[in-house]
Design a protein around this ligand. Structure first.
Ligand code: G3I
Length: 379
């Protein structure tokens, strides 16, 4: 897919706001009217590239879900929640399977939405031939390079960015997380992965993506050191993804979050929130809890607005119906902007308000600048 011209991008950005399907009106519990600007439209007007969401093909039969996911007024950048991961994209060695991920890409293409692509090298969601294989440094390096090359080339032109390496650091002291890659290749698996991705697609942005960068100084320090090391070796890294899996009441302030982002942008890389959900530690949520969640979401989105090189925010599913938290942390969850029955929650309104406030205070409402400057792929 060809990179679009600046003028055409401008037209598409405008069209995205003007012609998007009306916000769903039957389930909303908020004061937003059906033609109001949604998350993505406002994010662009606030000078950012996108507001996005993870979606899963397994949910495509849910009409209410798709009515929101398809709405470019709300979401301008999509991530396949699972179907690009190694276990899905190369389930048997050398046999690539792209049908599920292709459905997500085609849907985004039809809607004029971009794609953040996730992920290439992660310790998790690997097929058993990878985790249990008898590897040497050389054979696993070759398998990793083959995987990256084939997957990146398949989606070439579709991905604004790739999460090249995901979650390489542990949670305690910032040491490298144990994985089949670390065990067989050593720390060199990371630069090797970035080199392979860069060779396969010179245009897509290459990200390192991890969680708790917002709240773990050790993990942030280790990641900063990694970025500096790659840069010193002239290996391309374009961005750092802050996943943003956070807890209601435990989310840092807007200023603290912006300070964390700036540690990275000071090195010359862009940043993005890539997997945001803010969960309750116990359920059901009280009305004061929902208000706290709203403030936490507003702080996070506000921090992206405060940092020029923060390109956008992606939520990790938009409805409590499909968010991963409740299946992993029993009794916890309700971490999304929409409820399980697709009512907009106070957190949705709070994000809308923080975006509207930014637009009215900066006067940038007619300048969808970042997207134009960066030449993001929209079809
Ligand atoms: O597809 C199978 C299905 O065939 C089977 O019947 C079913 C039975 O449990 O499992 C299905 O696979 C599940 C898969 O999601 C697809 O739904 C896996 O069990 C389940 O473990 C997997 O969970 C995903 C998780 O990553 C894996 O660690 C979540 O959906 C996904 O949201 C989550 O996403 C990660 C990011 O990629 C990286 N950062 C953390 C984030 C949250 O854990």
């Amino acid at each position: 897919m060809a990179r679009l011209t600046r003028a055409l991008l401008m037209a598409l950005a405008t069209a995205g706001s003007a012609t998007a399907a009306p916000a769903e009106s039957t389930t909303t519990t908020t004061t937003q009217n059906a033609t109001a600007d949604g998350l993505h439209s406002l994010m662009v007007k606030a000078g950012k590239m996108y507001f996005g969401t993870a979606i899963d093909v397994n949910n495509f039969a849910d009409a209410k879900y798709m009515a929101i996911a398809d709405n470019k007024n709300e979401f301008g950048m999509m991530t396949a929640e699972n179907s690009m991961k190694w276990s899905s994209s190369e389930p048997n060695q050398g046999k690539f399977a792209f049908a599920s991920a292709d459905k997500v890409v085609e849907r985004a293409k039809k809607n004029g939405q971009g794609m953040r692509c996730h992920n290439l090298i992660w310790y998790n969601q690997l097929p058993s031939y990878v985790t249990s294989g008898s590897w040497t440094n050389e054979t696993l390096t070759a398998a990793m390079q083959t995987h990256i090359t084939n997957v990146v080339e398949h989606f070439k032109g579709a991905c604004y960015a790739w999460d090249v390496v995901n979650e390489a650091f542990g949670d305690g002291d910032g040491s490298y997380r144990q994985s089949v890659f670390l065990k067989n290749i050593g720390e060199a698996f990371i630069p090797l992965a970035f080199q392979a991705a860069a060779a396969a697609d010179p245009d897509t942005k290459l990200y390192f993506n991890d969680f708790n960068l917002e709240i773990s100084p050790d993990k942030a320090a280790a990641t900063l050191a990694l970025v500096k090391d790659l840069q010193a070796r002239k290996i391309r890294i374009d961005g750092v993804g802050f996943q943003g899996h956070l807890v209601v009441g435990g989310t840092p302030t807007r200023d603290a979050l912006a300070t964390s982002l700036r540690q990275f942008t000071a090195l010359g890389v862009e940043v993005a929130y890539t997997e945001v959900d803010i969960r309750f530690e116990s359920l059901p949520a009280s009305s004061s809890g929902l208000e706290q969640q709203a403030q936490d979401y507003a702080a996070l989105v506000g921090s992206c607005l405060d940092v020029k090189e923060c390109v956008g925010v992606t939520v990790w599913q938009f409805s409590d119906k499909y968010n991963w938290v409740s299946s992993v942390f029993k009794g916890k969850g309700d971490a999304c902007l929409w409820s399980a029955d697709y009512a907009k929650k106070p957190a949705y309104d709070a994000v809308i308000k923080v975006l509207q406030d930014a637009i009215s205070s900066s006067g940038t409402s007619k300048i969808p600048g970042f997207m134009m400057d960066e030449g993001v792929f929209f079809w």
